[in-house]
Design a protein around this ligand. Sequence first.
Ligand code: G1P
Length: 282
Amino acid sequence: MKGIIVAAGYGTRFLPVTKTIPKEMLPVGTRPSIAFIVDEFVASGITEIAIITSRRKKMLDDYFDREIELEEIFRREGRPDKLALIAPPKAVITFIRQTEMRGTGHALLQVKGFAGDEPCVVAYPDDLHVGTTPLAAQLAAVHARTGKTVMATIHESGDVSRYGVVDPAADGVSVKGFVEKPAPGSEPSHEVSIGRYLYTPEFFALLAEGWAKHVQGEYFHTYALDHLIAAGKVAYCRTEGERLDTGEPGGYLEAILRNAAADPALRPVLERFAREQLGLHR
Ligand code: G1P
């Protein structure tokens, strides 16, 4: 199985910093957020990864390359701890550019050749997963069981109008319908897509078919997904663990705080801040 990360977007919710720094490079602790997705892929056994970028995202290529000069210094100094920090991931990473911003469907068309005849897990770099089984591995397990395209979901008890919402079939795994951003009250369920998918090769074939008919404006992946759902070829996977949406400043802050809480060197800072600035006491 292969992995794809869609990282060509402008990142306008993080302007002005994203004028020059790709949103995917914003750090959670000392690591860029995209590194967490790559780790999750590698932990799921995925070793071939394509990152869809754009001409504004050159920094991503450099980040995943080796840093020979520093490697030499750390080797000379006998610092395996620092060498480990800059080691590239144990995966072959390919960068494919989307040369014009024409929507996520168009972005995914750029990796049709990369996907070939294998299923691929597609991630948007905003969604970080925290849990015992890596999310890509959870999707792969549902695919192995059903042979279908798989959407990762969570149960959202509140307002779901900012999500794509699944209409689940009675078997507890198949998707019989899907509504993107339903008006409040018209949602088919509270099972919402978290924008993480495992796509079969048929998805990419349908994507190309839809693109051939597309006239103007942005092109989304919904054409292909709707066709697969109508043919009964989509399943959903209720995500075990938690999802952090770093695509907006509040979710990004939460990711930073959680990371700090789990780091013995940073936790005391967080605790002092909670006590002194927020007046929180145990
Ligand atoms: C995308 C998907 C939507 C999904 C959401 C999760 O929407 O189209 O189905 O529920 O991600 O964040 P976006 O947030 O990009 O508008």
